[in-house]
Design a protein. Structure first.
Length: 202
């Protein structure tokens, strides 16, 4: 027993300098703000894409950061190829490198060649209130895009290039993930588990 205590004490004495050294190592943070070119101070979503760019979604604009400068993308009511809304709620990238942006009024796909956006609406005739509010995005292993909205869960159909509703999930969707081929969906009253093939939810 005494030998065990001696060995343990020796081990602690040997490791203590490493622990202390690790704790004393300084951490450095860089702060980016509107002074550096960020469009607005409240950052709601962040993504680093496959090209290395950092994307920041704010309450007033989508920002792309290259490590030095910001490019800002804003809604323009006169340009149907601009982003659909300035309040950026979520950002995702699929395996083909396409960037998807959820806003308070519609889903957008970024077209990097000409820096334009393709818009998708839950209800294109009702662009006021929460009808087209996109709260969360999730892309599964088969590259299916799932869209969590104020009024339920949708998926983007690759053939029709349109949003299809899951009737069994009419709730406001806050977050989505996948475990063992099933979707776990965070809603106002808990968690729903959805089989995306059958559409059954519990």
């Amino acid at each position: 027993m005494k030998n065990y205590i001696k060995r343990t004490t020796l081990l602690i004495l040997l490791l203590a300098p490493l622990v202390i050294q690790g704790q004393n190592k300084p951490l450095y943070f860089e702060n980016l703000s509107v002074k550096d070119g960020l469009s607005q101070i409240s950052v709601i979503s962040i993504l680093q894409d496959s090209r290395g760019y950092m994307w920041f979604g704010t309450r007033d604009g989508l920002n792309r950061y290259n490590g030095h400068n910001f490019d800002i993308f804003l809604h323009d009511s006169r340009d149907e190829n601009s982003i659909s809304n300035n309040y950026i709620r979520c950002i995702a990238e699929d395996k083909n490198g396409r960037l998807w942006i959820g806003t308070t009024n519609g889903l957008n796909r970024y077209n990097p060649k000409d820096r334009t956006f393709t818009r998708y609406y839950i209800n294109p005739l009702r662009n006021m209130g929460n009808f087209n509010e996109i709260n969360s995005l999730f892309i599964d292993d088969s590259s299916t895009l799932y869209v969590g909205t104020y009024y339920g869960l949708y998926r983007l159909d690759a053939h029709s290039d349109s949003l299809i509703a899951f009737e069994n999930v009419p709730d406001r969707v806050h977050c989505i993930t996948q475990i063992n081929k099933q979707l776990f969906i965070g809603v106002n009253n808990g968690i729903k588990v959805l089989d995306p093939i059958s559409g059954n939810a519990k």
